[in-house]
Design a binder for this molecule. Structure first.
Ligand SMILES: [Zn+2]
Length: 266
């Protein structure tokens, strides 16, 4: 695997950083308020001299999240097909988010099809409040389904979350994730998680917005295909409170579009 891809997977919480690089620097959400934000974080360890492994967070021009407004309707747009399957789950506190992923990602067959391109689904995680905004509006939360091909290409499917009906799948995440910030704790169980149950009926043909962006966490790698669905999913008030007890404010600031146009299928 190219180093670039390894870093992208690290950032997406897909693989454990300690196992791959001892020199991946720590970061937190407060640091994005500093000049140059995450981009100014210095690399640790070798090689000297100073390096800035998260520079793209500061100097990238196709960053995520963005405000979704002034969208353009495009009739010929690749839609998504969700061939997601239930999996035996690892509930994983990444140090930045509550995440769920297959215990054995290599044998997991769930995929997201973008047109004819197939992306294996690798993990899903939660942000509170939302990272994207819709016409300037923040939502209570946002769920990201991260799909990564073996060549490193990434497609993220995003769902806004508003408070409302109780969400049994999110409850599984809340009940089984260890509340240990900063520590990456795997929690293997035999519980089965069904990501498809998080999608409202008919999501495959409902309205989405798509654009080219980045990971929303360091190293903010670009070239990520983003699909944000307009219709939010729900969780109860009590579930939101519980989610915030893990991470409250793990949302990156809005980024400039720099001329990018968001397109929509409807
Ligand atoms: Zn995310």
């Amino acid at each position: 695997m190219r180093k670039h891809n390894v870093i992208a997977l690290l950032a997406a919480g897909i693989i454990n950083s300690a196992a791959v690089f001892a020199d991946v620097p720590h970061w937190n959400y407060e640091e994005q308020d500093q000049p140059a934000g995450w981009g100014a974080i210095e690399g640790a360890g070798t090689p000297p001299p100073i390096n800035y492994p998260y520079a793209e967070c500061a100097i990238g021009t196709k960053q995520t999240p963005v405000d979704i407004s002034n969208t353009r309707k495009t009739p010929i747009l690749n839609g998504l097909t969700f061939n997601w399957k239930p999996f035996t789950a690892d509930f994983y506190n990444t140090g930045h988010a509550v995440q769920v992923q297959p215990v054995d990602p290599k044998s997991y067959k769930g995929t997201t099809k973008v047109g004819k391109d197939v992306y294996p689904l690798l993990q899903a995680h939660l942000h509170t409040p939302s990272e994207h905004t819709l016409n300037g509006q923040k939502f209570e939360g946002e769920m990201h389904f991260v799909n990564v091909r073996t060549d490193g290409r990434i497609t993220v499917v995003g769902m806004f979350i508003e408070t409302g009906a109780y969400n049994p799948q999110i409850q599984l995440m809340l009940d089984n994730t260890i509340n240990k910030p900063e520590e990456k704790t795997h929690n293997p169980t035999n519980l089965v998680f069904d990501p498809k149950k998080l999608l409202p009926k008919g999501t495959g043909s409902s309205k989405f917005y798509t654009y080219s962006g980045s990971l929303t966490t360091p190293p903010c790698t670009e070239g990520v295909n983003w699909y944000m669905y307009e219709k939010p999913i729900t969780m109860s008030e009590a579930q939101l409170v519980k989610l915030k007890s893990f991470y409250d404010g793990n949302d990156r600031h809005l980024q400039d579009l720099n001329g990018r146009k968001l397109v929509t299928n409807k």
